[in-house]
Design a protein around this ligand. Structure first.
Ligand SMILES: Nc1nc2c(ncn2[C@@H]2O[C@H](COP(=O)(O)OP(=O)(O)OP(=O)(O)O)[C@@H](O)[C@H]2O)c(=O)[nH]1
Ligand SMILES: [Mg+2]
Length: 283
């Protein structure tokens, strides 16, 4: 892994009506986002809240990383974590979180780099965390359906994934597969410490389940989600299947916990760790 890691400057932040957040970091995972990356960097830079940006690029063949390096404010408030090969969205975020903690950021925003997530919603997510949430989730389905320009089959898939995930995990969220989030450093530290480790899109679900299971404060914020502006989706069949399997693993873990905690007290003390998910018992 090659860090292009210039020294970080501190960006005092003042979002109206909130406590001061010292150093928010926006993490932008990219794979072949050359048609979006400059526009999104610009859109984040002009926000009324000052943030640093970390692009986590998996050596995109279309030269996304080179465009970041050549961007005027690269090295001031914009940084690049370049990885040798395409390694999945979940692992991109995990490495982004590790980088954030190492560099003293106390809050992370995670968002797509294709304008499906509107940069203008960043201050609202930050405000929710500043006001006490450990994780603020940009929800597409909190006030009805707020999705623009998606083909019908894509919308049905997303709605079905939400119903399936809610049913299996029992998480009381309107949008359990959402990807737009702000996360407090306290939760980030625990995520890294407990080594949650799914690599793909399932990570977006796993992180919420982890927060919910461990009693962190979750707040959903309504957003409008728009079909990607340029470029191609990376969401393929195998990613969908992997995510469905991860949710099923969570469900099996819940069943195991239920029995371990009730009928089969002789296995009560055992700890059960699925690939990608550490189940903690509440004391
Ligand atoms: N670093 C890295 N980024 C990735 C990887 N896969 C996807 N991304 C990025 O993650 C974000 C979400 O991916 P998308 O392809 O937009 O997936 P999606 O938003 O679920 O699907 P669409 O709505 O169809 O665009 C985008 O910014 C991608 O460039 C990966 O393996 N590594
Ligand atoms: Mg997208």
């Amino acid at each position: 892994m090659n860090y292009i890691d210039n020294s970080i400057h501190s960006f005092p932040t003042d979002i109206q009506g909130t406590k001061k957040i010292e150093r928010p970091l926006v993490i932008l995972p990219t794979f072949n986002e050359a048609d979006n990356i400059i526009q999104i960097l610009k859109a984040i830079e002009v926000l009324p809240v000052q943030v640093s940006i970390l692009v986590v690029d998996d050596s995109s063949p279309d030269g996304t990383a080179e465009m970041v390096i050549n961007y005027p404010s690269f090295g001031k408030n914009i940084f690049l974590l370049k990885r040798p090969m395409k390694s999945g969205l979940g692992s991109a975020y995990r490495e982004g979180y590790q980088w954030a903690l190492k560099n003293g950021h106390d809050i992370c925003i995670q968002m797509d780099s294709d304008f499906s997530h509107n940069p203008n919603d960043i201050p609202r997510l930050l405000r929710a965390v500043s006001n006490g949430a450990d994780i603020a989730i940009g929800s597409r389905y909190l006030n009805g359906i707020s999705v623009v320009n998606w083909p019908l089959h894509r919308l049905f898939l997303s709605l079905w994934a939400g119903v399936y995930t809610r049913f299996v995990t029992r998480m009381p969220l309107s949008d359990p597969t959402a990807g737009f989030k702000a996360i407090h450093g306290k939760l980030l530290k625990k995520l890294i410490k407990d080594n949650i480790n799914s690599d793909g899109y399932g990570f977006l679900i796993e992180i919420k389940y982890f927060a919910w299971k461990n009693g962190f404060t979750i707040k959903e914020i309504p957003i409008i989600f728009t079909e990607r502006r340029n470029g191609q989706s990376k969401l393929n069949f195998s990613i969908k299947v992997q995510s469905a399997i991860l949710v099923m693993q969570i469900g099996l873990g819940r069943v195991w916990d239920f029995y371990a905690n009730s009928r089969f007290s002789f296995i009560k003390s055992s700890s059960f760790k699925l690939r990608g998910l550490a189940h903690e018992k509440k004391t």
